[in-house]
Write a protein that binds this ligand. Structure first.
Ligand code: HEM
Length: 147
């Protein structure tokens, strides 16, 4: 493979996909945790347990996985060049929006930990589907390359 990554290119792409999977898994789990959390009694032991679980999921899985997915992804971009076609640009736009959703999840987590229960279980169950939509679009872009 041409480019500064040379023989490491496929290893970096494998690392990228592995941490994308960890990142998406966490982005699926967290809204689901929120949905169960708001069904618990405010101030109860179960409430405190969900606050701890959500903080650990964010700190140990979701944040590190996003960082490695981005770093490996940007190394791949630097290797193939941004001129690699419209599909890559469209993908990067979708991934930026997905990263924005990550920030929104982080804000909801802090709000819920501070006692904000203004969003319903149903709201979080719908939010749970957002990553799925982006994964479908991104994978079609990178594998089928429609443009
Ligand atoms: C976080 C920012 C991301 C960046 C900067 C990025 C960038 C890239 C680049 C440059 C490639 C190599 C493309 C090629 O070899 O032609 C790649 C491969 C890939 N990316 Fe990402 N990506 C990101 C996030 C994601 C996400 C969120 C997903 C899935 C939901 C994803 C799925 C894939 C897949 C499946 C491949 C392999 C495609 C192939 O074998 O050609 N990436 N990524």
């Amino acid at each position: 493979m041409e480019g500064f990554l040379g023989g490491a290119y496929l290893w970096v792409k494998a690392l990228h996909i592995i941490f994308v999977i960890f990142w998406m898994a966490g982005m699926f789990m967290l809204p689901r945790f929120f949905a169960y959390h708001v069904e618990s009694v405010a101030g109860s032991d179960e409430d405190a347990l969900w606050i701890e679980r959500e903080a650990r999921l964010m700190r140990i899985i979701i944040n590190p996985a996003m960082m490695v997915a981005w770093i490996a992804g940007l190394a791949l971009v630097a290797n193939i060049g941004l001129g690699a076609g419209g599909g890559l640009h469209a993908k990067l736009l979708l991934v930026l929006i997905l990263s924005g959703f990550h920030a929104v999840l982080s804000r909801w987590r802090k709000a819920l930990a501070a006692g904000d229960r203004s969003r319903s279980t149903r709201f979080y169950r719908i939010a749970n589907e957002v990553p799925a939509l982006f994964i479908i679009l991104v994978v079609i872009l990178v594998i089928v390359r429609p443009f």
